[in-house]
Ligand binder design. Sequence first.
Ligand code: NAD
Ligand code: IPM
Ligand code: MN
Length: 370
Amino acid sequence: KPEFSILILGGDGIGPEVTAEATAVLDVLSSHPNSRATFKLVPRLFGGCSIDEHGVSVTEETLEQGRQCHAILMGAVGGPKWDGKRRGFEGPEGATLRLRQVTDVYANIRPAEYFPGGRSPLKEELVRGTKFIVLRENCGGAFYGPKAEEPDYASDLWAYKRSEVERIARMAAHLALSPAVPVPRVISCDKDNVLASSRLWRRVVQETITKEFPQVKLVHQLADSATTLMMMKPSSFNGVVVADNTFGDILSDLAGVIPGTLGVLPSACLADIPVKKWGDKPVKGFYEPVHGSAPDIAGQGIANPIGAILSAALMLRYSFGMEEEAKAIEDAVNMTLDSGLKTKDMSGSASTKEMGNAIREYLRKRHVPN
Ligand code: NAD
Ligand code: IPM
Ligand code: MN
């Protein structure tokens, strides 16, 4: 039986609260008599709590653990305690930025899906049937270009190399052909009317996908008007919405309007095309819910753990090829929601622990493969 090592980074605010529910889900699978793998969990401080303890948001030792382990599960980092003192790469958020960089997890997968009971501010008939993935380039562009910061001048270089665009275009096409989306379509968002880096982006996405994936329909969309369209007609984005680091950051948060709460959205950052089947070599992945550390509700035990739990499911699917187990977790989440249990962000009253326990109860009852 293989043992997969997972670096566990609870982080700050509600991060540790929701991560505990996700690791408990992994424990249920590990200890199941039919489980086909076990998980070795390696916890470390990350973000603001690491600044308090070690003086840096992520230690060299933790970065090394990130390189060594099979996958990483993170809660969220940051909060008012550290705001204003250190920002960017020096602040709590810098821990995430650096770990993404050293593990080269270039593909940030953020699914957006209509959730019954999610309290979407959009009309039900508009959002029903919406299912797409925002695929954000995660290791290049303005986030990682050389920076200048002086009192009266600052710059972030927004640059891409052909090879960086090629690999994210391939990932987009690969995901467009997977069951995670209802149609084999890629919607690439850029600003090629203004930005030189967007012109390279559009040209390379077009070449790569039409040459290597003729069965995928490719559409180009300007990133600014994409935001309006996404709210006016969300299901017209069904497929994979691919964008660079900056536009992808914004579009993926915007897509959070569709389920109506950030609390249920998982994400995955991958260093390679996902594992195809059980037994293949694991693919390094960095998994985290889309939401932040939610300082307004931290410590109250009311955060929604579903985003974190579904992130663990994505880990099993993409990094380890454990499709049945991933599906079992997703089914358990759906059964729990169908039973009417909701956390406060979904207009219910269940606590973080009650929600986690209910999901694990459904998971235990479900068949887990041999
Ligand atoms: P946030 O996602 O933390 O919170 C936005 C709103 O959503 C809040 O009202 C919060 O209570 C609610 N919310 C978020 N997650 C929830 C959950 N699981 N259950 C119930 N409600 C939930 O965004 P923010 O307020 O802009 O950022 C707070 C801090 O988090 C900042 O320091 C920011 O830099 C950091 N942040 C970190 C990450 C990360 O580590 N991945 C991502 C985004 C923001
Ligand atoms: C996200 C967050 C991060 C980002 C921050 C916290 C560094 O907003 O994961 O989307 O900008 O990538
Ligand atoms: Mn963001």
